[in-house]
Design a protein around this ligand. Structure first.
Ligand SMILES: [Mn+2]
Length: 267
C-alpha cells in the first residue's frame, strides 16, 4: 500500500491533495491510503463540517525503510515525514520549488506552477473522468480558496480560477460567499489575546537612533480586530514600556481585500 501525505503542519491543500490523490490512485487500480503529518486546522474543520465530510486520514510522523510513499503539496524532505530519505518515492504531485529532494530510483514527478496543488489534482481526475465524488470536489475547491486567498493572491493562475469556478458550478456553491466564510474561519483570532496579537509578527527597527517596533496582524474579518482597538492599544503600551520603544505601529491587514489600517502609538 502506498502512503500519501502532504507536508508537516498541514494546511487545507495538503489534506485535500492527499485525500483526492487516494481516490485518483484507486481509480487507477493502485492500493493507496491518505495520511496526515499533523492536526486538522480550523479551515479543514470548517470545510468538512460545511459539506458533511468525515475524513479518515491517520496521523503519522515517520515511515519504515522502503515504504512506498507519494508526496503531495511538498517535496522538501525537511517538510516531510520522518525517515523519508529511506522510503521509496512512487510519485510526487507538487506546486512548490524543488529543493532538499533526491531519490535512489526513477519516479513519476508532476510539478505545475499553479497557486494550489489541488488545481492540478482536479485536472488529473478530470482526465480520467473521475470528478464524480462530491466530497472530493468539495475538498479540492476549499483548498483552492485557501491557498489562493479566494483567487486573489499573487500566486493565483488562470487555471486555479477556471477550476474553482468549474467545481463551484458542479457543487452549486456560491464561490465568494463560501470562500469568505472559509477564510474567516481559518483566520479566526477570537481566541488569541491582545498581548499575543501584537507579538505574533513583529520586528524592531532603529532608524536615526529611534527604536520603533512594527507588527502586522493578518485578518479576514478586520472589523472584529478593530473592535478590540482599545485593548490592543493597552497591549501596545505594555510593549513600549517593556522594550523602551519610541513608537509602536500595528498594521491590521485585510488579506482578502488587501487593505491595512495602522494603529500607531508614540511614547
Ligand atoms: Mn499548496
Amino acid at each position: 500500500m502506498i502512503k500519501i501525505f502532504g507536508h508537516t503542519n498541514p494546511d487545507l491543500d495538503s489534506i485535500a491533495s492527499a485525500y483526492a490523490a487516494e481516490y485518483l490512485l484507486s481509480k487507477k487500480g493502485i492500493d493507496a491510503k491518505a495520511f496526515r503529518l499533523g492536526d486538522y486546522n480550523k479551515e479543514v474543520n470548517y470545510a468538512t463540517n460545511y459539506f458533511g465530510i468525515t475524513l479518515d486520514m491517520p496521523l503519522i510522523d515517520r515511515v519504515e525503510d522502503n515504504d512506498e510513499v507519494m508526496l503531495v503539496d511538498h517535496n522538501e524532505f525537511t517538510q516531510s515525514v520522518g525517515n523519508i530519505e529511506n522510503a521509496k518515492i512512487f510519485m510526487v504531485i507538487d506546486h512548490h520549488k524543488i529543493d532538499n529532494f533526491r531519490t535512489k530510483e526513477p519516479l513519476e514527478y508532476i510539478a505545475k506552477p499553479v497557486g494550489c496543488n489541488s488545481t492540478t489534482i482536479y485536472e488529473m481526475l478530470k482526465e480520467i473522468n473521475a470528478i464524480d465524488r462530491k466530497d472530493v470536489l468539495a475538498m479540492l475547491l476549499s483548498a483552492i480558496i485557501s491557498d489562493t486567498l479566494l483567487l486573489k493572491s499573487p500566486t493565483t493562475t488562470k487555471k486555479d480560477i477556471d477550476v474553482a469556478e468549474e467545481i463551484a458550478g458542479i457543487l452549486g456553491v456560491n464561490l465568494n460567499e463560501y470562500g469568505y466564510e472559509l477564510l474567516k474561519a481559518g483566520a479566526d483570532l477570537s481566541d488569541v489575546t491582545e498581548d499575543e496579537l501584537v507579538r505574533i509578527d513583529s520586528k524592531v527597527f532603529e532608524p536615526n537612533g529611534k527604536k520603533i517596533e512594527i507588527a502586522q496582524i493578518n485578518a479576514v474579518d478586520m472589523d472584529s480586530i478593530l473592535s478590540r482597538q482599545s485593548k490592543i492599544e493597552e497591549a501596545m503600551n505594555k510593549v513600549i514600556a517593556e522594550k523602551g520603544l519610541d513608537a509602536f505601529l500595528v498594521a491590521v491587514t485585510d488579506v482578502v481585500n488587501c487593505n491595512s489600517e495602522i494603529i500607531a502609538i508614540r511614547k
